[in-house]
Design a protein around this ligand. Sequence first.
Ligand code: ZN
Length: 213
Amino acid sequence: MPSGKKTKASKSLDSDPFRGTAFTWAVSGMMCVQMLPTLFPIYMRILQFSFLKTVAIFFPSMLLHALIWNTLHPHMHGLPDIKIFQGAPSRVLAWLRGSAFFNYLYQNHEGHHVVGGRGNYNVCCPLTDHLLGTYVPQKIWRPKVKLPGTLLAKRKADEAAAEVELENHASVIIDDVTTSLESIDQSSGAVEIKLDNAEHTVLKTVDENRVTV
Ligand SMILES: [Zn+2]
């Protein structure tokens, strides 16, 4: 996207080292607050849990969710790991990368991006997509992948393509500048010739006048 036409959203992503892929402490906090109005009625009224039990289930679950998310999601988008001062740290569950569980979550979320974000919404709890009918199986989305390999490979290919594009732009600009310089050279050459000719004419006229006089 040309830098002059950046949307508010893309500008805010530029200022985020994780480009919106991570759960920072602020995001985790907001999520917890957002869930409180439904949490207590469901847990305490419907499920009849005590306040302590509710809190003891809710907060560790939120932390586990953030840990799984932060280990999987920024990493699969080729972005850096989250440090403890930024959010739930990625290193706690990094040993799970490459496991059957993480590979399953990884491919499920690949599908989310391949279908343009219109399915497989849940990164850490794919069961929700199965319950809500928003799950897209791999056999549907995999053939739509234009480039072979993983999302990471696709991202790298995109970056390489962007670099080639930038290089092309740069060479077009260099060509333009070279052409302009050449035309300036030619113009100044033509001006010099014209000046020379004019000088000759003036001198010739002066000479002729002198002869006439
Ligand atoms: Zn993603």
